[in-house]
Design a protein. Structure first.
Length: 321
């Protein structure tokens, strides 16, 4: 928990969320507000959307600042927690803005850690399963170092997150900043963008419009999908824990892309057919978290079945197509 001095002078906890207008950042902001935090959200809307936080207008416990977090962050108030979620996070986004992706992972993480240091706040970096690359170990455990192509088209995102983890641990060791690292696996739910290139909105939008569903390769590559409310709960528990090394948060129930496409067609009642296209370069063949540590340390595991989560996600996308 925060230092006693901070708690005594500021009874209401204050959280800073970078990337607050993004898919995950906005859901995290909602959870923090529901649990009594004052939240200061930062975003420059490169990939975030004002629609994701519009419902918070007029909330006296929420303040929004439009800012690029690679610039100096000045806040004239106490801060208890810094949640660094700012980053493009889908293939389309980070392939379109590779330099900005690298900058937010490096300079943005540096600025966010600097804020945590000066405010004596606890810091959490939203890292990713992408740091494992195309894994040679399955399922992926936190002690696996990964198999990443540093100069491939996905390297801008993979290496930005790997650097962010290294910088976070450097601040922990050199400046004694209380840090947390979450490695986020595939997540889905409301507020994802239809055109962000990730598999859930891509498949659902194609199914809802009865267009062919695009499956890459033979569809044998696997992913593990975690509903957003489960993920955010796990991340919250990690921040409130005393553990400073990386923790996987995701759903260990693995499914092939072909099976997933068929599940989407069934869930939407679509007339879509499945078409196959070549596998993108460096696309991981398997992705499944080992969540043994999260179960033991955080008493956490996902609760929302895929079928139930898809109902909620599809209902949201129906209003966006």
């Amino acid at each position: 928990m925060p230092s006693k001095a901070k708690t005594n002078r500021n009874p209401q906890l204050t959280s800073v969320v970078t990337g607050a207008a993004g898919f995950l950042g906005s859901h995290l902001t909602d959870l923090l507000l529901a649990r009594g935090h004052k939240v200061i959200g930062l975003d420059n809307f490169i990939t975030g959307s004002v629609d994701n936080i519009a419902h918070l207008g007029g909330n006296r416990n929420f303040k929004f600042i439009e800012q690029d977090v690679t610039e100096f962050i000045f806040l004239d108030c106490p801060v208890d927690y810094v949640w660094h979620f700012a980053s493009p996070a889908s293939p389309i986004d980070y392939l379109n803005v590779p330099i900005q992706t690298l900058k937010v992972g490096s300079l943005g993480t540096h600025k966010a850690l600097g804020l945590a240091k000066i405010k004596s706040a606890r810091f959490l970096i939203a890292s990713t399963s992408e740091i494992y690359g195309d894994p040679l170990v399955h399922p992926q455990t936190e002690d696996y170092w990964g198999n990443v192509n540093t100069i491939g088209p996905r390297g801008c995102y993979d290496e930005a997150k790997r650097f962010a983890e290294a910088l976070t641990m450097a601040y922990h060791r050199e400046h004694q900043v209380a840090t947390r690292i979450v490695r986020i696996f595939n997540t889905y739910g409301p507020r994802m963008r239809l055109n962000d290139g990730r598999v859930v909105p891509a498949f659902v939008s194609q199914a809802l419009t009865n267009k062919p569903i695009t499956v890459f390769g033979k569809g044998t590559q696997t992913r593990s999908f975690c509903y957003v409310s489960d993920l955010i709960e796990g991340i919250y528990r990690l921040m409130m824990s005393d553990y400073d090394l990386p923790v996987n948060i995701g759903n260990p129930k693995e499914i092939t892309m072909l099976q997933f496409a068929e599940a989407i067609i069934q869930a939407t009642g679509s007339r879509s057919k499945i078409v196959f296209k070549p596998l993108p370069q460096d696309d991981p063949k398997q992705r499944k978290p080992d969540i043994t540590l999260a179960r033991k340390l955080l008493k956490w595991e996902p609760k929302v079945p895929l079928a139930d989560g898809l109902v909620k996600a599809i209902a949201y996308f129906c209003n966006k197509v």
